[in-house]
Design a protein around this ligand. Structure first.
Ligand code: PLP
Length: 444
């Protein structure tokens, strides 16, 4: 643990002179296609604070995109990963295996929904996990088609770009994309034409109709969905939608894949977001929150599906790296010890009350949504037309950044401000962050 004081502190403008110097080097050396939300260079981070190279301390409402829920230098993660680092860094699990990989697979079998026999395979990134879930589903079903959803996000590799809905910035100019991907409507309550009450069943009926009429259920290997959509705008599929799709998948021999890469590991107030409606996915993909910041990803699911791929068909040089596995075991230990799912629910209670009060005051807040420590506000020009207001989202984010609060935007229309504080953030930082957000509304 870095013993970083859990206090906001601004000692220079944001970004400060040292960050600006590093930014100049970065612009010269790093490819322009790799962006950054805020060009403040990190020196230390833990709990709810990121300290930059100029000594500024920012309140973290981003967790490195839902990764460091346990903090960015959690004691158990650092301890276990450091010990592993000293023992060995790598052997390659496909060459000579090690216990950490097996222990992570056992933990995933225990923590993910359902009491059936489960197995896992480990990878490095979320995109790689999603790709492998598709490989496994195709091997199991001997079918090819994959169904995904409007506003879905699944990664930046060729197959996962194809699975992703939004063109700019994820896909533009990077095609051609993988074939046999079919996109259907999702239950986006706030923007559903007949209103949020009808949205779940109506959207499910539309999605199922499109699948059966345009693809043919018997051709579909997998339905891949985020139980709480991340990059697409923190959209909670309206109630009834996920159960209907999961039942449809079961009735038609389709592998139902929950992409919990952003929503998993206590983030939404449960170990996994799909538990909210009692969904038991056939396969579940995890990454981000799994290992306290170390790169690790997994596909976990029904043993008979996971075993469908031939020996040697899955893997990768670094997949399930021993240091990352040690980090995951430390992160999971921390989540259990501190009951971070409960902590996420508490964050929801505090934040939703404040965000709801802001919505009463500022009519550009069209919607307040999300669960646990995965919350968002959708900004509109006018609540009656719901015309997206990406300018307001950008201006609010900028105003927050200048005051030392790190927030992120998202959404197909770029008009959603999202909040992903580490679950371990202190009460005072949380409320100070919300104060800064509220002041930002008066300043824009
Ligand atoms: C971030 C994300 C991915 C991709 O993960 P990477 O580790 O960036 O490859 C896939 N699915 C969802 C839901 C994500 O949020």
């Amino acid at each position: 643990m870095s013993e970083l004081p859990q206090e906001r502190r601004l000692v220079t403008a944001i970004p400060g002179p040292k960050s600006q110097e590093l930014q100049a080097r970065r612009v010269a050396a790093v490819a322009a296609g790799v962006g950054s939300v805020l060009p403040v260079f990190a020196a230390r981070a833990d709990g709810g604070i990121i300290e930059d190279v100029d000594g500024n301390r920012l309140i973290d409402f981003g967790s490195g995109i839902a990764v460091t829920g346990v903090g960015a230098s959690a004691e158990a993660v650092v301890r276990r990963a450091s010990a592993q680092l000293a023992d060995f860094t790598h052997t390659c699990f496909m060459v000579t295996p090690y216990e950490g990989y097996v222990a992570v697979a056992e933990a995933l079998a225990e923590l993910t929904p359902g009491d059936h026999a489960k197995k896992s395979a480990l990878f490095n990134s979320g995109a790689e996990a999603v790709e492998n879930a598709v490989k496994i589903a195709r091997a199991h079903t001997k079918r090819q088609a994959v169904v995904v959803f409007d506003h879905g996000y699944h990664g930046r590799t060729n197959l996962t770009m194809a699975l992703t809905s939004k063109n700019m910035p994820y896909k533009h100019g990077f095609g051609p994309f993988a074939p046999e991907i079919y996109r259907v409507p999702v239950a986006y309550g706030y923007r559903w034409p007949t209103g949020p009450e009808n949205c779940g069943p109506e959207a499910a009926a539309q999605a199922i109709d499109q699948i059966t009429k345009q693809v043919g259920a018997q051709n579909v290997a997998a339905i891949v969905i985020e139980p709480l959509l991340g990059e697409g705008g923190f959209i909670e599929p309206a109630k009834g939608f996920l159960p209907a799709l999961s039942e449809f998948a079961r009735d038609n021999g389709i592998v139902f894949v929950a992409d919990e890469i952003q929503s998993g590991f206590c983030r939404t107030g449960q170990w996994f977001a799909c538990e909210d409606e009692g969904i038991v996915p056939d396969l579940i993909t995890t990454a981000k929150g799994i290992a306290g910041g170390l790169p690790l990803a997994a596909v976990t699911g029904r043993a008979e599906i996971m075993d469908a791929a031939h020996a040697g068909g899955l893997g990768g040089t670094y997949g399930g790296n021993p240091v990352a596995c040690a980090g995951a075991l430390g992160s999971i230990e921390t989540m259990k010890e501190l009951d971070l799912a409960a902590r996420a629910r508490h964050i929801e209670t505090v934040m939703k009350a404040r965000l709801g009060a802001m919505q009463e005051k500022y009519e550009i807040i069209g919607d307040v949504r999300g669960r646990g420590a995965m919350l968002a506000i959708e900004l509109v020009k006018d609540p009656s037309t719901k015309e997206p207001n990406p300018e307001a989202a950008a201006a609010l984010a900028k105003a927050c950044h200048q005051e030392g609060l790190l927030v992120l935007t998202c959404g197909t229309y770029g008009n959603v401000l999202r909040f992903l504080p580490p679950m371990v953030i202190g009460e005072e930082l949380l409320s100070e962050g919300l104060d800064i957000l509220e002041q930002a509304f008066t300043r824009i």
